[in-house]
Design a binder for this molecule. Sequence first.
Ligand code: URA
Length: 443
Amino acid sequence: MMRATELIRKKRDGGELSREDFAQLIGGLMRGEVADYQASALLMAIFLRGLNERETADLTEAMLRSGRVLDLSNIRLPKVDKHSTGGVGDKTSLIIAPIAAAGGLAVPMISGRGLGHTGGTLDKLDSIPGFNTRLGIDEFLRVLARTGAALIGQTDDLAPADRTLYALRDVTATVESIPLISASIMSKKLAEGIDALALDVKTGSGAFMKTREQSRALAERMASIGAAHHTRVQALVTDMSQPLGAAVGNALEVIECIETLKGRGPARLLEVSRELTAVMFLLGGIESSMGEAQRRFDRILASGNGLEKFAEIIEAQGGKARIVDDYSLLPAARHQEPFVSRQSGFIAGIEAQTVGFAAMALGAGRERLDSVIDPAVGIVFRKAVGDPIAAGEPICALFWNDGSKLESARALLEQAITIAPERAAPLPVILERIPNDVPGGIS
Ligand code: URA
């Protein structure tokens, strides 16, 4: 397509691309009329020049239209999903999806795999024996209609342009662009055919976005894409300077989610899960104030209906639902050893990214997209930031199978954990809400 060169030039020189321009470029790319090298040049021009809100929404639409958009109109319930930009120990999906479904929403959750120091929902679900994260779309819709939630991986038919563009971004140093990230995430989420979306934009060392400013900008841009597509979106910016919860590693995180659904979850994990689920109830119109929405979450948790729903989802997707009562059915590491403190004092910091690398060293994460992970291994913290610690006391436990990486995991943990003589003021986990004026009075 000759016009591609013209459009690349326009963006290169700081011009604005129209809705039609994006439709032609993405359509052309998918039909093979725009070459990968042209798309790569365009991506770099976008990376350097940026996109305004309107352009980002139009790019998102073109990407969305590259594939199928699910039609959920036969499901009478409000269709609401949650997406997180990812972090270390971030396992809220396995708590939120069942509670939201038990609370009257339909949750069509299409998730990603973990890469680098961050974990992915699919890897956690894949650690459940029998659980099928690769359902075809028709089966996915059947499970959704029957249980109120279904959780699968990306399929080839939803937003295929994102896969093509992401593969090019990955090798052309154009991943870290707020408009490109926003369009990538939102094209996939809007393809689910949802009415509303709660976003968890992580911030801090363990997150994709390291600073509050970047995280806020990403949240704002995704919310503006939602508004342009008449989909209610609210984002929470949440802390990822320390792992979320105590467990990092796939099967270990599944156990922590089940424990949370049994009412025994760590405070910060529970707080983020509760707040995001409450936002979903509010956006879905099930409750009209944040207070009521939070109380709905609390009631479902206390009644055990969230746990029951999780077992039902596992069963519906072919997994062994008995894991909720019998953790020995999950993959278990052959060895376990404590990581003890050399000093006394208070835990001042557990730096998330380095903990993620330590878990990856044990085999819990992927260095490359095609790396094989070990679902059993990981780290479970016995102490949280702010807790007192005595010399010789365990801070965490390492669960391992391959001893050759143990030394590097230990060294990374040594680096990640800081101990101070005084207790530091606790850092809130929910930092911002964007936008702040969603009907229903989120304050
Ligand atoms: N996650 C996505 O889905 N897309 C990006 O571009 C970055 C993170």
